[in-house]
Design a protein around this ligand. Sequence first.
Ligand SMILES: [Zn+2]
Length: 251
Amino acid sequence: MLNAIDMHCHFNHGAPHDTKTNELYLCDNDFLKAERKRMGVLAMATSSFSSVLSNQEVYEENEYLYKLAQEDPFIYQWVVVDPRNEKTFEQARYMLKSEKALGLKMHPAYHGYKIMEYADKLFAFANDLGCFLLTHPENEIESSRLADKYPDMKLINAHLGIVEHVIAMENSKYGNVYTDTSGSLSYRNNVLEYAVKRVGSDKIFFGTDTYSCAFQRGRVEFADISSEDKENIFYKNAVRCFPQLQKLFKQ
Ligand SMILES: [Zn+2]
């Protein structure tokens, strides 16, 4: 079994805006870690549900996760920024000095703004830090075109599932547009194959978005792509882009 790194996760921890769960769908970190460890997943890069489903506790939720990530070798952080909340920018600036924080995360849909209203501001900030910015996608082609203005930032349009994800990567002038496999749209039976065929595998990260890890692992493992492509997606791209992840393979 190939090892993997889950680059897109969320979790509940008894916070005000946890996602709804029941016996059939669980989101606490103990469950998520055990599930991933069974499947050769070495770490998860995450942000709390409460920090992305609402704009009310972004700062506090980032603080919570920052401490957790420092203590838990399995957990890496996406620092959530809200473009209307300057405190989250200052916070991200210091948190990204830690190797446990991989980059920034934005969620226009649940935070209640349009990506194109604030893309310039967020991309400029990420460019200044030279970091990755993981976004819930919206206007993939238009927003990714803006990434041409900011060659030092790297944009991840999450949830590969539509042709626009692929076009956005293909159009990218500096190759700084990426995607991940997370979310439910990978049920489409040729989506990953189509993307790899058209733009290759080195801009695609493995991620679950906290849907069944078994589903997502199987989707990549049994995809009609080469074993080199599978390695790229499962962990090699992540390690190349985030060299601090290399240590996961030396334990
Ligand atoms: Zn997400």
